[in-house]
Design a protein around this ligand. Structure first.
Ligand code: MN
Length: 483
């Protein structure tokens, strides 16, 4: 029997604001526990929330980037439940009037895991969003051997919740969705979306049904995933598990599960009987939000998005779609490329240097592109020296290594080391004559029509010049002399 998996994601994104959602306490990852708190985010009686406008702006911007409708009027509601990490016993969230209903994320080929890119079921698939709403984060519990500690630094941090429609059909599509979303959030500057720091957290709703069955299977939720590859593994495990249950002729029940990454298994947390009733109601301490002004302001702050940047790199700089995608994947890499490419005669060659030599060197040095010792303009100068024939490609590699190690300019290194490509016609001609005289057999072969012999002769000229001859000129001269 064939089965279909249906997945919906709920993604929590920590916004990159300086202060918390409803108070002035700072937002900072990794600070000493319980140092960034105040009566509001500790939930002390009598304290009142004040809305963080930057968080509203960032959420509206995200809505615009993801093609959402922005609600003309939105409000905050109280989501009531008891948990030690939430001292008010309610979370301020949004219920029936979220800031951004609807929206779309288009899954790009290169957002899929590398091993799955050759086998994409629905290329350019659009995953629709149900909504984006804004809420406050809760505190963080740390479980020790016999006790639990709570850090309230995170309590009240602005959190955007992005909810998809159940339109994802494989672990690989979920991976591609999160990768694409993360990239857009970083482009917009609304979040660093670092899953290891908990800035992007994901709950997955997954059900399995027989292909010929129309209604969805029992919805099983996997809570609190904290890596994109973890989401992929958890879904793969859970889909297999659910199919195995159905194959045994058993029923699946609605339940909430956790993911044990080390064991590679999901485990039962609670069943439907313990489902919460949150008793949402409008927060009486907060006014509703009219978004007209915010939308007008944020329209001007929508950046060029990854998809558009990729297309423009192909069009404007003639780089391949693959190279454009790799460059646009990382906003800093894209900026580096564009600074270098703007003045380059052959931007495609600049892209090659960045994607090969530069990325290898950065990888080996354990550096990010924004720590690169070679400025983009300096890399462009090197590429120009090679393209104009002043130095050979091989010499270019030597100069590049020196540039990376010392930060010196290409022209200075060339001068210091006496690196030069021999482009003097007379000098190359002399070398060619020597090579022709010394190699009668290949010369005869070439004259008899064996074109490959010319490469051998060219190689000999290069050898004789100790790699300094301009290979193109050497080839031209040899050919002329052997006609
Ligand atoms: Mn939430």
């Amino acid at each position: 029997m064939t089965y279909v998996a249906t997945v919906g994601l709920e993604v929590h994104v920590q916004l990159k604001t300086r202060s918390k959602m409803f108070c002035a306490s700072p937002v900072e990852f990794g600070a000493e526990p319980n140092t960034h708190t105040c009566p509001v985010c500790l939930g002390l009686p009598g304290s009142l929330p004040v809305m963080n406008h930057e968080a509203l702006r960032m959420t509206v911007l995200t809505g615009l980037m993801l093609g959402c409708d922005i609600a003309p009027v939105s409000k905050f509601d109280r989501k009531n439940y008891f948990y030690p990490d939430m001292p008010k016993n309610y979370q301020i969230s949004q219920y029936d009037m979220p800031l951004c209903p609807n929206g779309t994320v288009t899954l790009h080929d290169l957002a899929y895991p590398k091993d799955a890119q050759k086998n994409i079921a629905s290329p350019d698939k659009e995953v629709h969003l149900a909504r984006i709403h804004l809420e406050e984060d809760v505190a963080k519990s740390f479980h020790f051997e016999t006790t639990t500690g709570i850090d309230f630094n995170r309590a009240g941090t602005p959190l955007m919740e992005i909810v998809t429609q159940p339109e994802i059909n494989s672990p690989e599509e979920a991976f591609a969705f999160l990768t694409t979303l993360k990239q857009i959030l970083i482009y917009g500057g609304v979040s660093d979306a670092d899953m290891e720091k908990g800035q992007l957290r994901c709950d997955c709703n997954v059900s399995v049904r027989a292909e010929k069955q129309t209604e969805l299977g029992a919805k099983i939720e996997i809570k609190n995933m904290n890596s994109i590859s973890g989401v992929r593994r958890a879904l793969a495990y859970e889909i297999r598990r659910q199919i195995a249950v159905l194959e045994r002729g058993q029923q699946l029940e609605q339940e909430t599960r956790g993911w044990d990454d080390a064991a590679g298994e999901t485990f039962l947390m609670r069943t439907k009987e313990f489902a919460h009733d949150y008793r949402y109601f409008p927060d009486p301490d907060l006014v509703s939000v009219k978004t007209e002004g915010l939308v007008a302001e944020m329209r001007g702050r929508v950046p060029e998005l990854p998809q558009a940047k990729r297309a423009r790199f192909v069009e404007q700089y003639q780089v391949s779609p693959y190279d454009a995608a790799v460059l646009a994947n990382d906003l800093n890499l894209a900026k580096y490329f564009e600074t270098a490419a703007k003045r380059a005669k052959k931007p495609k060659n600049v892209a090659n240097w960045i994607l090969n030599d530069l990325q290898n060197a950065l990888g080996a040095a354990g550096q990010r592109i924004d720590e690169c010792p070679i400025a983009p303009e300096a890399l462009d100068e090197l590429v120009n020296l090679i393209d104009s024939g002043k130095i050979s490609g091989k010499q270019g590699k030597e100069v590049f290594a020196e540039m990376f190690a010392t930060g010196k300019a290409a022209a200075d290194i060339v001068k210091e080391k006496g690196i030069q490509q021999l482009s003097d016609l007379c000098a190359i001609e002399v070398l060619c004559e020597q090579v022709i005289a010394a190699n009668p057999k290949p010369v005869a072969d070439f004259k008899a029509g064996n074109v490959i012999s010319l490469n051998f002769l060219k190689g000999q000229v290069m050898k004789l010049s100790k790699g300094k001859a301009n290979p193109q000129l050497a080839g031209e001269i040899l050919e002329r002399k052997l006609k």
